[in-house]
Design a binder for this molecule. Sequence first.
Ligand SMILES: [Zn+2]
Length: 220
Amino acid sequence: MSYAPFTAAARQTAQQLAGISRTLYERGWMPGTSGNISVRLPDDPSRALITASGRDKGELTARDVVEVDARSGRSSRPGQARPSAETSIHAAVYRVTGARAVIHSHSPYATVVAHRVAARDAVASLRVERFELLKGLGLKDPAAMELPVFPNWPQVQRIAEDVAAHLTAGGEGPPGLLLADHGITAWGDSLGQAKNRLECLESLCQLLVLSRSELPVSRA
Ligand SMILES: [Zn+2]
């Protein structure tokens, strides 16, 4: 069942969310129905809009988002469609950080890096340093970051618990994380900022992959 948010502000927010979804789909970052996006409601930040489960991200409209409690991820309105299967990860980020928007994608370079550095059943950490794009992440020290890589448990709730525990213990880490063999999640103060940070993280992963390739150097 589709659902139209109540207020004009919420409708506008849902439209912005849908626009970002279509943009990321067109880049190949949300193939099929993968990926999910959420944002706290401007007039009630205890609640968030999130993509409904199983929707084609290239055709997303404002009617394909549902309202949830931001901290628990539970649907906050009866009769609406099911929220994204990964809503509990968004809720974990909202509970622990001051984020107002969260984006999860299956963008290719982040997914490749998350595939390569994944630890089987523990949180791994990927050190990224020197690249100028680190400055786009709002880090306290933009010289380097430790990007966490979480096991991709079949139970999403278990991933969410890992994420909440790690973010609670870790202090001010980067505004993003990788899921082993799966994809990337980034967050920020707004949908725009979350998207910018997602782009920086995807680009950094691309640079890491490319910088480890053979370079076409000719030798005399
Ligand atoms: Zn995913």
